[in-house]
Write a protein that binds this ligand. Structure first.
Ligand code: F6P
Length: 355
């Protein structure tokens, strides 16, 4: 009996604006070549249980306009589950899936790479608002997240100025400061603190004080959540199945706000009005990941999805799709897992604005 070819797709890790565009791209390119697409629910969890559904053209029509993922996501790590990879292999056989398209960040793609090594057909699609995956110029979701952060920072200027305050804005960015730098430069932050370029508290204070000495009445500081203010590891943070700490519990922005306020109030060399100096902080958190993607992310996601689908049709497994300039290309999956820091020239250009 004729059995149509079928591939699976899953979206894993933190959700990201543009995921639905990827799913549409995969479905469009596979169905047009006569290959069925089975969407697994909740990332690697669906690959373990087999839960999911066959996707039709109707299922994906117009979904590139929506945030989130119609397949759901989770941080399930099959490498932490007994016989996880073999269970996935068995589920794929049961469902008649000849390969898997895994859409995710370094954790999800790390699992995909493990499966590749044990002979399971996988294709990776890079995804993270953090934009920190190497081998691709940009990851989708980053543009949306940076634009959301930029709009928030724009708004904070007027209230900070009206009250002569310092406002600390914490952006996502677990290991790198791509969002903080992009949004901070675009929205005229007075200082941007990111993990790649450590700064001491004294250096931070030098800038804040100098602004007041020079007659500026307010300061906006943008900080990436992964920035290390102190080496204090005493606070136990919750970790996920991949060992990632929940940085939103760290209280970085609050700690920085408290420290700056205290230092400004206690420095009697500063003008008298600094005795009542006030700081506020805002943690942008998941607002940066929610809602509708920008045009850039919709189109990038769709193009990556189309290419991944075409590669599945051609049985070109073991690779990851990537953006290189204006082209979508395929790169080796294991090369793609390295971290991409912010560009040093970009940070140096931003530093010219820190005054
Ligand atoms: O990895 C993307 C990311 O958005 C990070 O910037 C952030 O630290 C993390 O996910 C938050 O994860 P969760 O949604 O599990 O709290």
């Amino acid at each position: 009996m004729y059995k149509p070819r079928r591939i699976g797709i899953l979206t894993g890790g933190g959700d990201c604006p543009g995921l639905n565009a990827v799913i549409r791209g995969v479905v469009e390119s596979c169905l047009s070549a006569g290959v069925q697409v089975y969407g697994l629910y909740d990332g690697w969890r669906g690959a373990l249980t087999g839960e999911g559904r066959t996707l039709s053209y109707a299922d994906v029509e117009g979904i590139q306009t929506e945030g989130g993922t119609i397949l759901g996501s989770s941080r399930t790590n099959i490498l932490k589950v007994d016989d996880g990879p073999e269970t996935v292999r068995m589920r794929m056989e049961q469902l008649g899936l000849e390969g898997l398209i895994a859409v995710g960040g370094d954790d999800t793609l790390g699992v995909a790479n493990h499966l590749r090594k044990i002979g399971i057909n996988v294709i990776g699609v890079p995804k993270t608002i953090d934009n920190d995956l190497s081998c691709t110029d940009y990851t989708f979701g980053f543009d949306t997240a940076s634009n959301i952060a930029m709009e928030c920072i724009d708004r904070l200027h007027t209230t900070a100025e009206s009250h002569s305050r310092c406002i600390i804005v914490e952006c996502m960015g677990r290991h790198t400061g791509h969002i903080a730098l992009q949004a901070g430069v675009a929205a005229n932050a007075h200082l941007i603190l990111i993990p790649e370029y450590p700064k001491t508290f004294d250096e931070i204070m030098r800038l804040v004080k100098s602004r007041h000495i020079h007659g500026e009445n307010y300061t906006i500081i943008v900080v990436a959540e992964g920035f290390e203010l102190s080496k204090d590891e005493s606070k136990e943070l919750e970790v996920d199945q991949f060992g990632n700490k929940n940085l939103s519990e760290k209280g970085l922005a609050k700690e920085l706000a408290d420290m700056i306020e205290k230092e400004m109030r206690s420095d009697d060399t500063l003008p008298e009005e600094c005795r009542t100096f006030e700081c506020r902080y805002v943690v942008l958190g998941h607002i940066q990941r929610g809602g509708s993607p920008t045009a850039f992310d919709r189109v990038l996601g769709y193009r990556l999805g189309v290419k991944a689908g075409q590669m599945a049709v051609e049985k070109e497994y073991g690779k990851m799709v990537a953006l290189s300039g204006i082209k979508i290309i395929a790169v080796e999956l294991d090369q793609a897992l390295e971290r991409k820091d912010v560009d040093e020239d970009f940070y140096a250009a931003a530093e010219l604005m820190f005054k």
